[in-house]
Design a protein around this ligand. Structure first.
Ligand code: ATP
Ligand code: FE
Length: 338
């Protein structure tokens, strides 16, 4: 089976071709334009998708060595995401499926982040059901119990900001461009994580997260230090990044340990853009020997937004003949089980 998949939920335009559960190509066009604005500007994002979508799809087919006529289905991101961005991918996918007379498969972007673990890889086998997945991304922070490809239970989630926002907003306070998460990761490597400490936010329910207060405490900390030393940030950038990152990793791992304890599940995965973070990856890995977990860490290119993860869900749904109707619509908000 050959499936073409399209991802356009936020600021990256992606297209991939899968042969069953194997990725033949995975093309992504990022959008530099948002760097200067310190965040994604929805209007500019949808315009860039319009420009990128045809060349990105062409490139994905070319790299895969597949002609459009060989495709058996088109999968696309139906939501959640920015409406203007989703509409570009949705309309394109619908038109192509009608033109080629093949099924259309709507995919939930958050399920796709998780199910990226089912892409065939030589180095790692997929997690067995049930497993826990901590989805950490630009818009979500959830601990899920995954019992089947289509059965997700939210054990805990953020009550305010997502962890990706905590990274990106901290980076902004430090004068770094958007998205700042990868830059914090980079500078943290050269800093001392014990240099500064930030307290762990409390939440009413034990497996929930809260990052808005965390961000504010960093703001106050920086303001206080800059009063004493106006060059505080420049002089301590690596240490600040290392300390903030260590605090975030500690918060995430404490919740995940609690979830493993409560659920009794020892197969533990991470997913989403923030799972690209090097310290999160190494800390999770170390839990194998420390706590006897089997961990599942996505290949780097399947962490942040990409079309291959949309394609694997497309393939799984294709096997179930779970196709979308021609009047399927994009939705900016979408529950993990829809
Ligand atoms: P969602 O999937 O919730 O709709 P999104 O699609 O915008 O949100 P992703 O592409 O999954 O989010 O992830 C983007 C986020 O990942 C950004 O906040 C970015 O800063 C963060 N990120 C990427 N790489 C790293 C890294 N190495 N360390 C920390 N954060 C990172
Ligand atoms: Fe995403």
């Amino acid at each position: 089976i050959h499936i073409l998949s399209i991802e356009s939920s936020c600021d990256d335009t992606g297209a991939a071709v899968l042969e069953n559960n194997k990725v033949l190509s995975n093309v992504i066009a990022g959008q530099k334009i948002h760097e200067a604005y310190g965040g994604v500007v929805p209007e500019l994002a949808s315009r860039a998708h319009q420009q990128n979508i045809v060349p990105v799809v062409d490139q994905a087919l070319k790299t895969a060595g597949i002609e459009k006529e060989q495709l058996q289905a088109i999968a696309f991101t139906k939501g959640p995401g920015l409406m203007g961005s989703l509409l570009v991918g949705t309309s394109f996918a619908k038109s192509l499926s009608i033109a080629l007379n093949i099924p259309l498969i709507p995919v939930n972007h958050m399920q796709a982040h998780v199910l990226a673990h089912f892409i065939a890889e030589e180095t790692q086998s997929p997690p067995p059901f049930p497993f826990l997945c901590m989805t950490i991304s630009g818009g979500h922070t959830q601990i899920l119990k995954v019992s089947a490809y289509d059965t997700f239970e939210i054990l805990g989630e953020t009550i305010d900001d997502a962890v990706g926002e905590a990274f990106d907003k901290t980076a902004k306070l430090l004068g770094l461009p958007y998205p700042g998460g990868p830059l914090i990761d980079k500078y943290a490597k050269k800093g001392k994580p014990e240099a500064f400490s930030f307290s762990e936010p409390k939440t009413p329910r034990p497996l929930d997260f809260s990052f808005s207060g965390f961000k504010t405490s960093i703001l106050y900390f920086l303001q206080k230090e800059q009063k004493k030393d106006p060059s505080f940030i420049e002089n301590n950038l690596n240490d600040i990044c290392a300390s903030v990152q260590r605090s975030i990793v500690t918060i995430l791992m404490n919740k995940l340990k609690k979830a493993a304890e409560i659920s009794g599940i020892r197969h533990i995965a991470i997913a989403g853009g923030v799972s690209a973070n090097s310290e999160i990856r190494s800390t999770l890995k170390s839990m194998e020997s420390q706590l006897g977990w089997t961990t599942y860490i996505p290949k780097f290119e399947y962490t942040t937004d990409n079309a291959a993860m949309i394609g694997i869900v497309g393939y799984l749904k294709y096997l179930d003949k779970d196709f979308g109707a021609e009047n399927t619509v994009a939705t900016s908000r979408l529950d993990i089980n829809s």
